[in-house]
Design a binder for this molecule. Structure first.
Ligand code: DUC
Ligand code: ZN
Ligand code: ZN
Length: 469
């Protein structure tokens, strides 16, 4: 069975041109010149989809999600089934989620546990990173084996003492191990020990509301940790990927390292580009709880958002992922009603990344090819999945999105598909809409309907990061 998508503009990280996309089975068979003999011939035997006036783009690749993450005494509210379905609605056809190992736990058993949660349940293809919350001889040895199984990136935390935190010695050891096995160290770069001191002091002063979360997680403490992580990576001779960067000062550290020729990369997330401490985290009453995430939203007055858009243009920020980690208001965020320290950290956004970054195209912050580079091509290469994922090209998986660049609509809890009782994006007006989604050649979203099934998504054994110099 072949499908021909004709009439549209095919977007890649290097350009946007009229082209026809021929899908055969699970792969893209060819990208054809409109009206060429081969395109005309293909039309005779294929199902033809008319994409006139629309963009034809590679399925989005979100390399930072947390389905069912145990956190703050509860669990992220999207399962692999609901979360990957929501991702598909938003034009994302690949996720890389985080399996979790905590101090004293066995890496292998943890991975098996996470695989069991995901396998047979995902709507789209999925891979794993491993959170290493307990760096010791056993876990370090295990990392070498994971690399051979396609888990080629390891997340460490400089935040959350007593939960996921690693000290500098543990971080250095993990970096040395990664330098040996080719893995990529992903870093949550915030000085958690200092943050906890400030958080406790604020609470004792009676400052209990959600916005306090943003005040105590100061930009200096993100930039200090980013700087320290970079220096440790230099000593450990390991590549480094800074996750969910939100502070302009932290970006400065990344830029310095990159200018010095280091293998240092960074991602940011839509919430840090579109939301702010003043407008969202400081909402009246408990409203700001919906925006409690770490790193935190930053002050608009201080210009962090503009600086992040600039970083996306200069490539000091190379990837946009979501850090999708949804918690309902009821019974979850509410755990911190009287104490901001107890609010589970996270925002649900896996469904909105492609649209929210497309708004940067609409406003002229980035060009059309850069949208695709940030949301599909670079994440695929960064996490060793390219060219299977992240590009529309002959031989690639037929993960294809037909995108209406002009449709205007408003995001709401009433029209989203994530398993969460509110939307952090409530009332946000967007231009651009995911009309049709193919995942490995199967049409899974079309005409406002979900046509796929749980278990369609396959586990992806990833290769090494494809950016190392
Ligand atoms: N940050 C979040 O906001 N949620 C989960 C973990 C993290 O690092
Ligand atoms: Zn993190
Ligand atoms: Zn995260």
């Amino acid at each position: 069975m072949t499908t021909l998508i004709k009439g549209g503009t095919v977007v890649s990280s290097t350009g946007a041109d009229p082209a026809e996309v021929l899908i055969d089975g699970e792969q893209i068979a060819a990208v054809l010149q409109p009206g060429s003999d081969i395109a005309v011939a293909a039309e005779q035997s294929a199902e033809v989809i008319d994409a006139t006036g629309r963009l034809v783009v590679p399925g989005g690749v979100d390399v930072h999600t947390h389905m069912e993450l145990p956190f703050g005494g509860t669990y992220a509210s999207d399962t692999f089934e609901t979360g990957t379905r929501a991702a598909a609605w938003g034009g994302t056809t690949t996720i890389v989620d985080f399996a979790v190992q905590r101090y004293g736990e066995n890496v292998r058993e943890c991975l098996d546990e996470w695989m069991a949660k995901a396998e047979g349940n995902c709507a789209i293809d999925f891979g794993f990173h491993m959170i290493v919350g307990g760096v010791d001889n056993d876990s370090l040895k295990e990392l070498d084996l994971l690399v051979n199984e396609g888990i080629t990136s390891f997340k460490l935390f400089m935040a959350y003492p007593g939960v996921f935190y690693s000290d500098d010695g543990q971080i250095l050891r993990a970096m040395q191990q990664a330098a040996g096995n080719g893995g990529l160290i992903m870093m949550h770069a915030e000085n958690g020990l200092a943050i906890d001191v400030l958080a406790d002091q604020a609470f004792e002063r009676g400052e209990t509301s959600p916005v306090t979360h943003g005040y105590v997680r100061r930009p200096e403490l993100e930039s200090e940790a980013t700087h320290r992580a970079i220096q440790l990576a230099k000593v450990g001779a390991a590549p480094l990927y800074i996750v969910h960067l939100s502070a302009a000062e932290a970006l400065e550290q990344v830029a310095l390292a990159r200018n010095a020729g280091m293998n240092v990369f960074a991602e940011t997330c839509p919430q840090y580009l579109h939301f702010s401490l003043e407008d969202h985290l400081d909402r009246p009453g408990f409203g700001g709880a919906a925006y409690v995430c770490s790193t935190p939203l930053r002050s608009r007055e201080d210009g962090h958002q503009d600086t992040l858009w600039k970083g996306l243009r200069t490539n000091d920020l190379a990837v946009v992922s979501t850090d999708h980690c949804p918690f309902c208001m009821k019974e979850q965020k509410e755990l911190g009603l009287n104490d901001f320290r107890a609010i589970p950290n996270g925002i649900g956004g896996v469904e909105h990344r492609m649209d929210m970054i497309y708004q940067g195209v609409v406003t002229g912050e980035i060009g059309l090819p850069r949208w695709i580079e940030l949301c599909a091509t670079t994440p695929a290469r960064m996490m060793g999945m390219y060219p299977r994922k992240g590009i529309i090209a002959a031989g690639s998986d037929a993960d294809v999105v037909i995108y209406d660049p002009n449709k205007q609509w408003t995001i709401s809890v009433d029209n989203h598909h994530m398993n969460i009782d509110h939307s952090a994006y409530e009332g946000v007006e967007v231009t651009g809409h995911v009309d049709t989604v193919f995942s490995r050649g199967r049409k899974i979203i079309d005409d406002n309907q979900y046509l796929g099934r749980a278990g369609d998504g396959q586990y992806l054994r990833r290769g090494l990061c494809q950016y190392l110099q």
